[in-house]
Write a protein that binds this ligand. Structure first.
Ligand SMILES: [Zn+2]
Length: 457
């Protein structure tokens, strides 16, 4: 009954919620450009004032970069930490925008009404869905739904340099039972999703050195070693004919997908033809015997991201180069350890090197995958709540890319994160003419109200 009242309140006050969002969108909080430092501080202050209005104890806390908004409110029930970010991407190239990126407007499009502005989707529109749900809840119940901590970052679009030190420095204050992150998307235009698996990353730049200097192929060719040949031969063996990575032990810590998740993914009827078709491809190129969704969400990869050496300028130079270079990265899943993978990769290369070649290993780094503990009943509760709102069952999905914050919540604060978002692939985040569907904003607010109703009360 009271959930109905909260939902009705959300519907009635949607114009006010939009006004507030527009106020935040008008602040050009571009975190990467120092010229907008004052605007980032202004956006943080705007959120602090809004959260205080809602009864939170809120402050913009200084960091080495832009401030971190932290707020505490409510009591009882589970302690939830909500994360979003108030900074946005630069707007260049400005001439490709159809209007001022910081003058938000509702536009009618062929696919329905959209909110058009930088940050409309990523992430101001998304973070406000949660704040507006709290506001409607407070208006109906007189209190917030449970004990809530808000963490709103101002450097997400510029590499989050202050995030780890801030989490470490305030771990006691920020640790909660569960983190909620609203910075992801729907599975497709009508099916909600909860991201529960994020792949990790390991990367390294490597150089093979052969001769002590570049050589003339007329004089040395045929006798001297060409490191480009050595490097390409080794990297050519990185996968076997079935697409399996050949580094020893690579799959040791890779878990098979739980049956329940496999069944859910099957029901998603992912259209890999159009996914690949959009980028001019047609044939899945991953591991034999794996579905396309497994390939991008739950299987590890090895990719040569760049390879260079020798003469690549205009004309021709018949050189035997002294060095060959490559950048190689791995997407990691399950319990794969970045250091262990890179060490095994290095050993695998060295075992194949001729005696007069040297391997130079530069800047290895990585972060493990995040796999959420979906046995936590909050995940199933949220899945049902999302299904109620969108009229289609929500799915637990994976994400091929890394979302470092979820990993930090686990490794630094010891809590799982539930990633629920309402963005769409065509939101043009990071590009000109960013938009957020008005329906995403409205259903997003209602979704959080339903989720909070199920897990907090
Ligand atoms: Zn974002």
């Amino acid at each position: 009954m009271s959930l109905d009242a909260v939902l009705a309140r959300i519907d009635e006050t949607l114009p006010d919620a939009l006004d507030r969002l527009f106020g935040l969108l008008r602040i050009p909080s571009i975190s990467t450009d120092p010229a907008f430092g004052g605007d980032c501080a202004r956006a943080a202050d705007w959120l602090v004032a809004d959260l205080r209005d809602l009864g939170f104890e809120a402050a913009a806390r200084p960091t080495a970069g832009h401030p971190m908004v932290v707020a505490h409110g409510g009591e009882g029930g589970p302690h939830l930490l909500f994360y979003g970010h108030y900074d946005v991407q630069p707007v260049d190239p400005l001439n490709l925008w159809h209007r001022d990126p910081f003058d938000p407007v509702i536009e009618d499009t062929a696919k329905g009404k959209v909110i058009r502005a930088r940050g409309a989707s990523d992430d101001k529109g998304q973070l406000m869905t949660f704040i507006e749900a709290c506001r409607a809840w407070k208006a109906v119940h007189g209190t917030l739904p449970c004990r809530l901590t808000m963490l709103l970052e101002g450097e997400e679009e510029s590499g989050s340099p202050s995030l780890v030190p801030f989490l470490k420095g305030n771990a006691g204050e920020l640790s909660a039972d569960l983190a909620l992150i609203c910075d992801t998307g729907l599975f497709d235009s009508a099916r909600p999703a909860i991201t529960t698996m994020l792949r990790g990353l390991a990367k390294v730049e490597l150089t093979l050195r052969a001769a002590s200097r570049d050589l003339h192929s007329g004089m040395y060719g045929g006798l001297a070693r060409n490191p480009i040949h050595v490097l390409t031969r080794i990297l050519g063996r990185l996968h076997d004919d079935e697409g399996r990575v050949q580094v020893p032990g690579f799959y040791d810590d890779v878990d098979e997908l739980p049956e329940a998740i496999r069944a859910q993914w099957q029901s998603l009827a992912f259209d890999h033809q159009s996914f690949l078709g959009d980028v001019g491809l047609s044939l899945p190129a991953g591991e034999a015997g794996r579905t396309p969704l497994e390939m991008i969400w739950s299987r590890p990869t090895a990719e040569v991201n760049g390879i260079w050496g020798g003469y690549t300028g205009a004309g021709f130079k018949t050189v035997l180069p002294a060095e060959a270079h490559a950048k190689v990265s791995f997407r990691l899943v399950s319990r794969q350890d970045p250091d262990k993978v890179l060490t095994a990769f290095r050993g695998w290369i060295e075992a194949q090197l001729p005696g007069d070649c040297e391997l130079i290993w530069t800047e290895p780094e990585g972060s493990p995958a995040s796999v959420m503990e979906i046995a936590n009943p909050a995940f199933e509760a949220a899945r049902i709540a999302l299904g109620d709102e969108w009229g289609r069952p929500a799915a637990f999905v994976g994400a091929g890319g890394s979302i470092p914050i979820a990993g930090y919540f686990k490794s630094i604060l010891g809590m799982d994160a539930m990633l629920v978002g309402f963005g769409k692939d065509d939101d043009q985040i990071h590009s000109p003419n960013e938009k957020y569907d008005l329906a995403s904003f409205h259903h997003g607010i209602r979704s959080w109200a339903r989720i909070l109703d199920r897990i907090a009360s």
